[in-house]
Ligand binder design. Structure first.
Ligand code: MLT
Ligand code: ZN
Length: 463
């Protein structure tokens, strides 16, 4: 390690695992966006809170930017290090620190994978209900940084609902202990909530106390085939009125085609233009009858053309795979991703407008729609045609995102429902946040990170 700044860091923290190996720089310098070329200065893998504090103090002394890093499954470039930053990976800080049966909380280090959290909660007869397809590789610290949503928001809300407390090493190296697991705490600004969704721009989350809850009731999974886009929200309203929904997700025929090409089994003999996978509570006869009644009511109205209900856990998993496998099946096309939301009540008008907009704007590109329609959250993935230059593809998609951002502004929506702003959505932040609000956000950053070293360039450009 020839860089004198790194030598100084190693000297200040002799136990710190620090690497500048080319393969590691590449691995830790990128997330799932794959749009930027990784170019970090080095990778630090601290094992303790004190080491994290020492790294941040060193960064301030040496003017080195720090990119906090979890599982790097993000889709907005929030964990990309392409400008000589130090990547601070929380990977080794991945342990359970405490379980409290009375409070029903689990205190963990930030590098723990979401799936590992699920498993530990289950061992205690409880659940941590935030869930999504990247569960095996994403980390809880990253989930907090983006206020991750996923497939069960309709029932349980986003990550922010489940964080009872957290510890933050600020941009000056100070350790803040925020909310300390309290349910009631009316004592001023809730800095814990400020940190959730801040994308590593205010400091490094080094510990989190998660709320756990009772396991869900037994559920069934149903796959519905829909004849048109227009009926989607009607089907949702019908099912929501009759059932306790655990999930309500939609995808198009094109999305299914890609998942099938990736090895899944076709669910119906015929092809349908739109699909919904929904999970709902059963457990007694009345609930099972309600599910069939919802299905039949939709069938009668012509809103649903076919359906299949899971008869076993294995079949439920198979149906879920059709939805959860989409991201992986599309990855090879380097998709340009929009992740937008509006209030559910605004969804029908927004969907109609967006469908028309994208139909006109992308005559030559394949566009794949899916998402958490029950939360008002739509994922629009535009696939890069083979042979088209990456930069030109992004340029054309950015042009459409501008139009989409204008539409979101009119509908009071968000340019990033659950993936975060990062680098990808930065130019469009002002479609969702007012100018005065962004000034306040910048001011908050200056207080917690006066030298602007925590994940600079993410969320907004440096002052
Ligand atoms: C999903 O809902 O599958 C995720 O947000 C990932 C994605 O949008 O690709
Ligand atoms: Zn999603």
């Amino acid at each position: 390690m020839t860089d004198p700044r790194l030598q100084a860091l190693q000297q200040a923290v002799p136990e710190l695992r620090l690497t500048t190996e080319a393969a590691e720089l590449e691995h830790y310098g990128r997330d799932w966006t794959r749009r930027w070329t990784p170019a970090p200065l080095a990778i630090a893998l601290p094992a303790t809170v004190e080491e994290v504090q020492a790294i941040v103090r060193w960064a301030n002394e040496n003017g080195v930017a720090v990119v906090p890093s979890g599982g790097r499954t993000g889709l907005s470039g929030g964990a990309v290090a392409a400008n000589g930053e130090l990547v601070l990976s929380l990977e080794r800080m991945n342990k359970v620190l405490a379980f409290d049966a009375v409070d029903r909380t689990l205190t963990v280090q930030p590098g723990m994978a979401l799936e590992a959290v699920h498993n530990v909660a289950r061992e205690h007869g409880l659940v941590y209900p935030v869930d999504f397809a990247a569960r095996g590789s994403c980390s809880i610290g990253g989930n907090i940084a983006t206020n991750a949503g996923g497939i069960r928001v309709i029932r349980y809300g986003n990550t922010r609902e489940w964080i009872a407390g957290l510890k933050l090493v600020t941009g000056t190296g100070e350790l803040l202990d925020l909310n300390r697991g309290l349910i009631k705490n009316s004592s001023g600004y809730d800095l814990r909530q400020l940190v959730i969704g801040s994308e590593g721009t205010l400091g490094v989350v080094v510990e989190a106390t998660l709320r756990l809850t009772d396991p869900p009731p037994p559920t069934n999974v149903m796959l519905l085939a829909l004849p048109s886009f227009e009926v989607l929200m009607r089907v949702f309203a019908e099912f929501r009125a009759r059932l306790q929904l655990e999930a309500f997700e939609f995808f198009t025929e094109r999305a299914l085609e890609h998942v099938l090409a990736h090895g899944a089994q076709p669910p119906f003999a015929e092809v349908h233009p739109y699909y919904v996978v929904t999970e709902f509570a059963i457990g007694d006869e009345a609930k099972e009858t309600a599910a069939m009644a919802a299905f039949e009511a939709c069938l009668e109205q012509g809103w649903v053309s076919d359906g299949v209900i899971s008869q076993s856990d294995a079949q439920a998993a198979q149906l879920w795979r059709l939805r959860e496998g989409i991201t992986e099946a599309l990855a090879r096309y380097k998709p340009y991703k929009n992740d937008v939301s509006v209030r559910i009540s605004a969804m029908p008008a927004f969907l109609a407008e967006t469908q028309a907009l994208l139909g006109d704007a992308y005559p030559d590109f394949e566009v794949v729609w899916f998402g958490h329609i029950g939360d008002g959250n739509l994922h629009i993935n535009v696939l890069k045609p083979d042979g088209l230059d990456d930069a030109e593809f992004v340029r054309q998609c950015e042009h459409v995102t501008k139009l989409l951002a204008a539409s979101l502004r009119r509908h009071g929506g968000s340019i990033s429902a659950e993936h975060g702003i990062g680098l990808v959505k930065k130019p469009y932040l002002d479609s969702t946040r007012g100018a005065a609000e962004i000034v306040v956000m910048r001011g908050i950053k200056r207080v917690l990170d006066p030298n602007g070293l925590m994940n600079p360039g993410k969320l907004f450009d440096p002052d």
